[in-house]
Design a binder for this molecule. Structure first.
Ligand code: CA
Length: 381
């Protein structure tokens, strides 16, 4: 039985499940409208027949502490959105880091079907495939606005799907922090030599750049950063930006707060789905999952943009944080190292090369346009 036939014939139950009160014709129009929204889901994958009365219970595992501002609350926002948009037909329950599985095991947990969704950052999975790092953030790379342009209109999403395909996962961008902060240090950074011997929590490609500069990068989940810094297990850390760094109390364990976050100029957060679980959903629920991620992606960036400056003022005025800009010379040297590190990822596989080419070519165009638009405007206001 075709989906439309089902809705037409089962007008009573179908109309109720869709939240439509009225005759069968209205229910059918509603179903057609829902199908029209399925821009990304359409033609991408198979879908279960639309049995509209069937409900689904999904688990979302995250790398963030439960309800942590921006990141954890972004995961909650997404889960709530999917549950609401589906009229309760797809209920998503969020598990914070270590509630169901440890933070850095969510990728495997969703791949194996222990949970249906995972919320994290793609660079945490570089051990699976180094190419994944292009889908979180690249040192001296694209901003949030530019990343979204590449993902949605520059071929980025198709490449991301290709990287996650062997793991049985379907990726989506589900948040962005905007430009992050450079990090917390207990000494001044006046030259790249000051980074030598420094054990710093810094994930992804930025971590590899620190290694080239003579430091030791460490990847820790958010929930372990403060204790590690306070106990001296690490000398320095980056985390996100003022809103999140204030919440973790990082100012209690380090004095100097450096900017800008050259290593994370617009970190994309992700929500990946077990592809089999996604394909088992009817087309309208698949569309809701995919498009709710798109809403969450934009919403998180808005929240960070709204909250960071107040948090920064609190850090400086109430907690005596010493705000410093990295010297230009330091940024120049890190930029040279970054270009080397990023280009070497391209050598890892033919797919990594294609992703690198796509990313760098798109970035050139975005930079050229933003010279004329964003940068010239920001410099002029
Ligand atoms: Ca970070």
């Amino acid at each position: 039985m075709k989906r439309r036939d089902f809705i037409k014939k089962g007008a009573g139950a179908g109309a109720l499940a869709l939240g439509v009160v009225g005759c069968g014709k209205e229910a059918e129009e509603s179903a057609n409208n829902t199908a029209a929204v399925a821009s990304e889901a359409a033609g991408v994958m198979t879908a279960a027949p639309a049995v509209v009365s069937k409900t689904y219970e999904w688990k979302m595992v995250t790398t963030w502490p439960k309800n942590f501002p921006g990141l954890g609350s972004g995961a909650e926002f997404l889960a709530k959105l999917i549950t609401e948009m589906s009229g309760g037909r797809l209920r998503v329950k969020v598990y914070g880091a270590n509630e169901l599985v440890p933070a850095f095991e969510i990728f495997d947990a969703v791949a194996s079907g222990t949970a249906e969704m995972g919320h994290g950052g793609a660079y945490y999975w570089k051990g699976k495939d180094e190419a994944v790092q292009f889908f979180s953030t690249v040192p001296f790379g694209m901003t949030a606005q530019e990343m979204n342009a590449w993902l949605y209109y520059g071929g980025g999403m198709d490449l991301w799907k290709e990287v996650y395909e062997p793991f049985g996962l379907y990726p989506a961008a589900a948040g962005n922090t905007g430009v992050q902060m450079g990090g917390w240090f207990n000494k001044e950074i006046n030259s790249v030599d000051d980074l030598k011997g420094l054990k710093m929590r810094i994930p992804g490609l930025g971590g590899e750049v620190l290694r080239r500069a003579g430091g030791t990068p460490v990847t820790l989940p958010g929930g372990e950063i403060f204790t590690s810094l306070q106990s001296g297990n690490i000398d320095a850390t980056e985390w996100v930006g003022p809103y999140n760094d204030l919440a973790f109390g990082l100012y209690k364990a380090a004095k100097y707060y450096y900017y800008p976050g050259w290593h994370e100029p617009g970190a994309t957060l992700e929500c990946f789905t077990n592809k089999s679980a996604l394909e088992a959903l009817p087309a309208d629920l698949q569309s809701i999952v995919i498009n709710a991620c798109r809403v969450a992606n934009q919403d998180m960036l808005a929240e960070y943009t709204a909250r960071n400056n107040d948090a920064l003022n609190t850090l400086i005025n109430d907690h005596g944080v010493d705000l410093r800009k990295y010297p230009d010379k330091v940024l120049e040297e890190l930029r040279v190292l970054s270009a080397q590190v990023v280009s070497e990822v391209a050598d890892k596989s033919p797919l990594a090369q294609r992703i690198y080419d796509s990313y760098t070519q798109f970035k050139q165009k975005a930079v050229a346009w933003h010279e004329v638009s964003e940068r010239s405007y920001l410099n002029s206001r």
